[in-house]
Design a protein around this ligand. Structure first.
Ligand SMILES: Cc1cc2nc3c(=O)[nH]c(=O)nc-3n(C[C@H](O)[C@H](O)[C@H](O)COP(=O)(O)O)c2cc1C
Length: 431
C-alpha cells in the first residue's frame, strides 16, 4: 500500500482546531488517530535521543506516544505556536519520567560523554588561539566530527552526563527537596512555559550552542550558576562570564547587526523623595553580579533622586530589531575602586569634562565650563583624579521584561520576576 502523504501544516492546524471544538467522541477518536499518525516521525525522532540507555527503542517509542496523546489533548492551536514546540516537552518529559520510574539515571552514550570532554578541551585551546569562542564548524573540523555531533555533545552531553535525575536542585539546606526528575516529570507547570520557550528559543538564535545551553539551564531550569558550573565541569566564574556574554551578545549583536544606532543607550527613570519622576538617557556599561551598570554624577538630579529613593527603572529600545527591554529594581553605588578603574579607561577629555561639570546645576555660560576644563587640564597634566561626586551605579533587577514586536501586533511580552529566595518566575503579559 502506498504511504499516505503527510498532512500539510494548515491541515494539521485545522485538525487540532477541530479536535478542540468537537465533543463527538467518535470524531475525537478519529482525529486523534490521524494526528498520532501524522506525528509518528516526530515521536521516533525524540525517542531515538534516548536510545542506548538499556531500553528497547520500541518501548521508548510507546512511552513517547503517551506523551504525544497528552500533548494533543492539551494543545491550543489558537495560541499561535507550533504543536511540535509544545509537544517536545511533553513527549521528552514522558520518556524521562519512564526512565526515572524504572530507577535509571539518564546517561548519554559513552561516545557523547567522550566527545563532550574533547569539545570542552579543544574549545579552551581554540579560544586561546583565536582570542574568541570558536564556532561549532571550527570545533567540528578540529575534532574531525560533524557540526551536529559537536552541538549534541555541547547541548546534551554536559547537561546530563554527570547528573542523576534524582539530584536535588532545591536549596542546599534541604528546605526545597525537588529533584530534576520532579521538574521534568511533572508536565503541567512546565507546559505553561512552553510558549515562552518558543519565544525564547527564537531570541536565542544568535547564541552559540554552548551559550544557549547555559541560558536554557539558567532560565528554563532555573539552576544556579554553581549548579550549571558543576554540570558543565567549568568554574562558576566561567558560567557567569558566558551568561553575561550571551545576554549582551543577544541584545547588542543583533541590534548592531541590524543597524540600531547607539544600542547601548538606555532611558533611566528615577523619582525624588516626593515621587516626582524624571527620565534621561545614559549609557549601559554591562551587567555584573550587582546588576545593570551605568555611570554618572552623584550630585546630579538623578544622583539626588537615587539617594532619596533607590527604586529606578530603565528601558532599552532597538528600532532595527523591534525589541524593547524594561528593567525595574533598586540602585546602589558601585565601590569606589570600580568607578576609578572605569573612569581612567575613558578618554582624557571625558575625564576632564566630568571633573569640571557639576552636573545638573545652573551655569551662567558655556565659557565658564570651557574655562574650568582648561584650568583642570593644566592642573592635572598626567592623571586626572576621579571626582569625588562621580561614579558607577548598579540597578539590581526585581523584574526584566523582554518585549518583541510581532507583525500581527500581538506582540510578545515575557517577564522574569525575581522570586523570593532565588530564581526567577517567568510569565507572559498581554501586549
Ligand atoms: C545617548 C546619551 C547617553 C548619555 N549617557 C550618559 C551617561 O552615561 N551618564 C550621564 O550621567 N549622562 C549621560 N547622558 C546625559 C543625560 O541624559 C543627562 O543629561 C544627564 O545625566 C543629567 O541628567 P539629570 O539631570 O537627570 O541627572 C547621556 C545622554 C545621551 C543623549
Amino acid at each position: 500500500m502506498a504511504a499516505k502523504p503527510r498532512p500539510s501544516r494548515e491541515e494539521l492546524r485545522a485538525l487540532h482546531r477541530r479536535y478542540k471544538e468537537t465533543t463527538d467522541p467518535a470524531e475525537r477518536d478519529r482525529i486523534r488517530a490521524q494526528l498520532v499518525d501524522a506525528y509518528r516521525d516526530f515521536v521516533y525522532f525524540l525517542a531515538r535521543k534516548f536510545q542506548n540507555r538499556g531500553e528497547p527503542l520500541d518501548d521508548i517509542v510507546q512511552v513517547g506516544y503517551l506523551g504525544l496523546i497528552k500533548a494533543i489533548e492539551r494543545f491550543d492551536p489558537d495560541l499561535g505556536y507550533e504543536f511540535t514546540t509544545f509537544a517536545t516537552l511533553t513527549v521528552a518529559g514522558e520518556i524521562k519520567r519512564h526512565f526515572r520510574d524504572k530507577g535509571t539515571a539518564i546517561r548519554f552514550p559513552r561516545r557523547l560523554q567522550e566527545l563532550h570532554t574533547s569539545v570542552v578541551r579543544v574549545n579552551e585551546q581554540m579560544k586561546n588561539e583565536l582570542g574568541r569562542e570558536p564556532t561549532v564548524a571550527e570545533l567540528a573540523e578540529r575534532l574531525g566530527v560533524t557540526p551536529d555531533d559537536v552541538t549534541e555533545a555541547i547541548e546534551m552531553g554536559p547537561a546530563y552526563v554527570p547528573l542523576s535525575l534524582d539530584q536535588p536542585i532545591g536549596s542546599s539546606d534541604g528546605q526545597d527537596a525537588r529533584s530534576i526528575a520532579d521538574q521534568i516529570g511533572t508536565a503541567d507547570p512546565e507546559l505553561d512555559r512552553v510558549e515562552m520557550r518558543d519565544v525564547l528559543n527564537r531570541a536565542m538564535e544568535h547564541l552559540t550552542p554552548r551559550e544557549r545551553a547555559i541560558m536554557a539551564m539558567r532560565f528554563y531550569e532555573q539552576l544556579s550558576q554553581s549548579e550549571i558550573a558543576r554540570r558543565l565541569g567549568i568554574s562558576q566564574m566561567h558560567v557567569s562570564r558566558l551568561q553575561r556574554a550571551a545576554l549582551e551578545r543577544r541584545w547588542f549583536r543583533e541590534a548592531q547587526r541590524k543597524g540600531s544606532p547607539q544600542p547601548d543607550a538606555l532611558a533611566l527613570a528615577t523619582a525624588d523623595a516626593r515621587g516626582s519622576p524624571s527620565a534621561r538617557m545614559v549609557l549601559f556599561k554591562g551587567i555584573e553580579k550587582e546588576g545593570f551598570l551605568f555611570y554618572s554624577n552623584y550630585e546630579s538630579r538623578k544622583g539626588h533622586d537615587l539617594a532619596a529613593n533607590n527604586r529606578a527603572a530603565l528601558v532599552f529600545y532597538w528600532p532595527a530589531t523591534g525589541h524593547q527591554v524594561r528593567v525595574s529594581g533598586r540602585v546602589s553605588r558601585l565601590p569606589r575602586a570600580a568607578s576609578t578603574t572605569y573612569f581612567h579607561s575613558r578618554p582624557r577629555g571625558a575625564q576632564l569634562s566630568a571633573l569640571a561639570s557639576r552636573q545638573s546645576r545652573v551655569v551662567t555660560s558655556r565659557a565658564v565650563l570651557e574655562k574650568a576644563v582648561a584650568e583642570l587640564d593644566r592642573l592635572y597634566p598626567k592623571t586626572v583624579p576621579l571626582p569625588s561626586d562621580w561614579g558607577g551605579y548598579a540597578l539590581r533587577p526585581d523584574w526584566i521584561e523582554f518585549w518583541e514586536h510581532r507583525a500581527d501586533r500581538l506582540h510578545d511580552r515575557l517577564r522574569y520576576a525575581r522570586k523570593r529566595g532565588r530564581g526567577w518566575r517567568l510569565e507572559r503579559l498581554a501586549p
